[in-house]
Write a protein that binds this ligand. Structure first.
Ligand SMILES: C[S@@+](CC[C@H](N)C(=O)[O-])C[C@H]1O[C@@H](n2cnc3c(N)ncnc32)[C@H](O)[C@@H]1O
Length: 257
């Protein structure tokens, strides 16, 4: 990893083994989040689960490669832009963007140092330059309005304080900055809802996309596009240029399916 521009941080974090560390003390975490610190999870996550996740969750109606292509198509990143992969695990999104668009300035943040080490190893193997930062996405160490775009895949289901997290993501986006958000939504079928009820006991949550959009609106994030495939929702938000949206957080939101 080379060349992070330290002036993006409001408080420069310490650097350890090529990874910036901005977490002083980990908050108490439920089981689902604690498992992200286990070596077996960090080793198996991408090859065993993530590469198959979308096909499994959508009954083969959408693959991970279609997910990645849709993200690229909606986000339209330009060379020179600064992009954050928020709650990145192995930084699959950031690495994909680095492979497809030359000249991006890529940051990837996660709470799990083990996952960041794994992201670093994969990125080095692929020749992708990433700025890796151990941080809490609801308390990012970045200055306001730093990022042209943020990508966040599957992690929202783990966020304990969704309001605080979306607020901080909105804060670090530039005006007109884009946020790609992929999440598992509240299931529409009874079997899926029973399974989700079980998973909720481990600390996961499965909000309706409408709930996410309305919380995002209070953080200045306007829904631009949305696509749902079975229980997966792809969303593209844009940071507003002014505060108009704050006056109508429950106002109608245009949806493109
Ligand atoms: C399901 S994984 C998704 C990873 C990745 N975005 C992807 O597309 O594969 C969830 C990740 O979010 C991270 N995470 C959960 N809550 C977090 C928080 N509050 N701050 C930073 N990272 C968090 C976990 O450590 C874990 O690596």
């Amino acid at each position: 990893m080379v060349g992070i521009s330290r002036n993006v941080f409001h408080t420069p974090p310490s650097l350890e083994a090529g990874i910036y560390r901005a977490v002083r003390q980990l908050p108490p975490l439920p089981l689902a989040q604690r498992s992200n610190f286990w070596p077996i999870t960090t080793a198996l996550y991408e090859p065993v689960w993530r590469r198959r996740s979308l096909s499994l969750l959508t009954c083969n109606r959408c693959s991970v490669s279609q997910e990645l292509t849709t993200m690229l198509d909606w986000l339209k990143p330009e060379p020179g832009e600064i992009i954050l992969d928020a709650a990145c695990s192995t930084a699959l999104y950031a690495r994909f963007l680095g492979q497809r668009v030359p000249g991006l300035n890529l940051h990837a943040v996660d709470l799990s140092f083990g996952f960041l080490q794994r992201a670093k190893a994969y990125a080095e193997r692929e020749g992708i330059e990433l700025n890796l930062v151990e941080a809490e996405v609801g308390d990012l160490p970045y200055r306001d309005g730093v990022f042209d775009a943020i990508v966040c895949g599957g992690s929202l289901n783990e966020f304990i304080d969704l309001e605080r997290t979306l607020f901080d993501l909105g804060r670090v986006l530039k005006p007109r900055g884009r946020l790609w958000l992929m999440l598992v939504q509240r299931s529409r079928n009874p079997f899926g809802r029973s399974l989700q009820a079980l998973l909720q006991t481990t600390g996961l949550s499965f909000p309706c996309p409408e709930t996410v959009s309305s919380i995002a609106a209070t953080a200045g994030l306007k829904l631009i596009k949305q696509r749902r495939v079975v229980d997966i929702a792809f969303n593209l938000f844009e940071q507003g240029e002014n505060d108009d949206h704050l006056q109508t957080p429950e106002g109608p939101i245009k949806q493109v399916r």
